[in-house]
Ligand binder design. Structure first.
Ligand SMILES: C[S@@+](CC[C@H](N)C(=O)[O-])C[C@H]1O[C@@H](n2cnc3c(N)ncnc32)[C@H](O)[C@@H]1O
Length: 317
């Protein structure tokens, strides 16, 4: 069952980019509630669906029952895409979709600790393993916390917030989301009439750090490059500029569009042959109607490219 409340972001655009059909194999690297997977299956494709959150299995079970021959759910990370394919007896596929970040369900469930609006344990681990947000906030040096808030949250008051956190945790460690949100609000001096909650950027930064999301994305793009067959397509939906910058740089480079010489270093440098060709220039954004129906789609961007016959640029370690 796909959650009724959940509307997959940019679904039509992703379908247009990947063209799933009978006989084609598509990896849904971010299964979530299965909105994309269901659409790929209905189009006749074979689907290998990956999610690092074990609770996504509850949405996979009904699809496995409805499509026993063509659907396979693989719990784990999309950076391990090659291993997931190998378990299914495959080395290549015809499409990869990545719809990044957290799902609406993860955000809405206070117990997961992603929300600064709902009180819950300060956790934020998508896969339930590794260090939690509370571990980072209570144990990391203030300078390291400030760096996380600055780099992953683009938070201008990063040092001040880290100092407030350090002072408070010396008296009492953080365990709850709303407790942290209140301290951040105090550090930045209230809501300042801003349209977003003052803790938005700190929570985004902690989530990215806890789940190593940007390293996962880079490894996932490299993995997709290795497993896509010639003519196979990669579609990536991002939700903030840090993610989009990585995807844009990857596609620009792999499509051979990075100027390798410059005014100061004019000699032409030969790069490897382009491993992707762009399906369209720039990024696709949701329509006004889609944003109206699904406000979470507001900041979404889709980039997509088709695999050429050239070898992958980076070989797996
Ligand atoms: C935005 S939701 C995807 C929604 C999905 N497209 C749908 O239609 O329901 C992102 C999902 O990707 C998962 N995820 C995020 N990073 C991941 C990673 N590196 N590997 C595997 N799953 C990941 C999250 O647990 C979450 O369930």
């Amino acid at each position: 069952m796909t959650s009724a409340a959940h509307k997959p972001v940019l679904l039509d655009a992703v379908m247009g980019a990947l063209s799933p059909s009978k006989g084609r194999s598509v990896v849904d690297g971010t299964f979530g509630a299965g909105g994309y997977s269901r659409a790929f299956l209905e189009a006749g494709a074979d689907v290998i669906a990956i999610d690092r959150d074990p609770s996504a299995a509850r949405f996979a079970d009904p699809l496995a029952a409805a499509y026993p021959q063509t659907f396979h759910f693989a719990p784990g990370r999309f950076s391990d895409l090659q291993d997931h394919l190998a378990i299914c007896g495959r080395t290549v596929c015809d499409g990869v979709a990545l719809d990044l970040g957290v799902s609406s369900m993860q955000l809405d469930e206070a117990e997961r600790g992603f929300s600064f609006m709902r009180d819950g344990p300060l956790d934020m681990r998508m896969g339930g393993d590794g260090r939690s947000a509370a571990d980072l906030v209570n144990e990391d040096e203030p300078a390291d916390l400030a760096r996380i808030f600055w780099i992953y949250g683009e938070e201008r008051a990063s040092r001040r917030i880290a100092a407030f956190i350090a002072r408070r945790r010396a008296e009492q460690p953080f365990t709850r989301t709303l407790d942290l949100a209140e301290v951040v609000e105090k550090a930045v001096g209230g809501r300042r009439g801003a349209p977003t909650h003052p803790a938005t950027r700190v929570f985004q930064a902690l989530r990215i750090a806890v789940n190593e999301e940007l390293a996962e994305l880079e490894a996932g793009l490299d993995a997709a490059e290795r497993v896509l067959s010639e003519g196979g397509r990669l579609a990536v939906v991002t939700f903030h500029s840090l993610e989009d910058r990585i995807v844009k740089a990857f596609f620009t480079e792999r499509a051979g569009r990075t100027p390798l010489g410059s005014r100061h270093l004019p000699q032409v440098q030969e790069g490897p042959a382009p491993s992707f060709s762009l399906l369209f220039n720039g990024a696709r954004a949701p329509t006004d109607i889609e944003v109206f129906e699904n406000p979470r789609a507001r900041s979404a961007k889709l980039r997509a490219a088709e695999r050429t016959a050239a070898p992958a640029w980076r070989v797996a370690a």
